[in-house]
Design a protein around this ligand. Structure first.
Ligand code: GLP
Length: 264
């Protein structure tokens, strides 16, 4: 596991966006096969998406041969609700880049058969060739996508019941009213994420510091699903200075030394 640490969220986001663009361009230089990416929502990736949009507009990367799958969506929230992850993704990314509409995949939280929708999502990911890179954020309790504590580390896309804590945290998007936050969501599983060739996680601000420390220094456990990245061969966590506030001094020193050595 690598941890990239920058002073601010803005600098970290620029690093992440340029890294993703570099990966897309590297694959495009080698093959005509599409680049398959997993995408996330939340306040965390917004700056990364802004920089990706800038790079697309500057002609430094193209999403024409990119296929994306979003990691989650609320159950029974109308698709055009401003807080649906469909709305979020179009507002912050898809409406501004050149990814073909048919390459965009987001779980349908209003599908008549939610179980079938989840199973078909996994099949579509496999048919696309699996993920080259999965971009994720992290919940305050260390969850990835909506894989709440005690999720199986072998889980696949399915309907999840959200913890009260997650609904309280997300109520800031729903007029601060926890009762307006859907009780369930559909989410890729932990194993769907770790099946990616590469995983890049963004974590910014002091509210993520405990989860980051638990994920990196704690045991691998379903209690903190991001900790599974310790078993992944190519995982990178991109943090600002505040998000590494609970890591041991020596861990931070080590991760910075690794990055400096690799840049030489
Ligand atoms: C939700 C999403 C996660 C996201 C997390 C953090 O729980 N399902 O994918 O990582 O929120 O959101 P934020 O980036 O707003 O802190």
């Amino acid at each position: 596991m690598k941890v990239i640490i920058r002073d601010t969220m803005e600098e970290s986001s620029v690093w992440a966006a340029r890294y993703i663009a570099k990966k897309i361009n590297e694959k495009a230089a080698k093959t005509n096969e599409p680049f398959v990416i997993g995408l996330c929502t939340g306040s965390t990736p917004i700056e990364t998406y802004k920089e990706l949009i800038r790079l697309v507009k500057a002609g430094e990367v193209s999403f024409k041969n990119v296929i994306s799958f979003n990691m989650d969506e609320y159950v029974h929230l109308p698709v055009n609700h401003p807080e649906s992850y469909h709305s979020f993704m179009h507002k912050y990314l898809f409406d501004h880049i050149d990814e073909p509409a048919e390459n965009i995949h987001i779980l349908d939280g209003n599908a008549p058969d939610l179980k079938k929708e989840c199973e078909e999502y996994e099949k579509k990911i496999a048919a696309a060739g699996g993920f080259d890179l999965f971009l994720g954020g992290i919940g305050e309790d260390g969850h990835i996508a909506f894989n709440e504590p005690f999720s199986s580390l072998n889980s696949r896309t399915r309907v999840m019941t959200l913890t009260y804590d997650t609904r309280v945290v997300n109520s800031r998007f729903f007029d601060n009213d926890v009762n307006k936050v859907p009780k369930q969501a559909m989410s890729v599983g932990v194993a769907t994420v770790t099946g990616a060739k590469e995983v890049v996680i963004l974590a910014f601000g002091p509210k993520k510091a405990k989860a980051i420390a638990a994920s990196i220094e704690g045991p691998v456990s379903g209690y903190c699903t991001l900790s599974v990245l310790q078993l992944h061969p190519a995982a990178t966590i991109v943090c600002d200075d505040l998000a590494v506030g609970e890591l041991k001094y020596n861990s931070v020193k080590y991760f910075k030394a690794v990055e400096a050595a690799e840049a030489e």
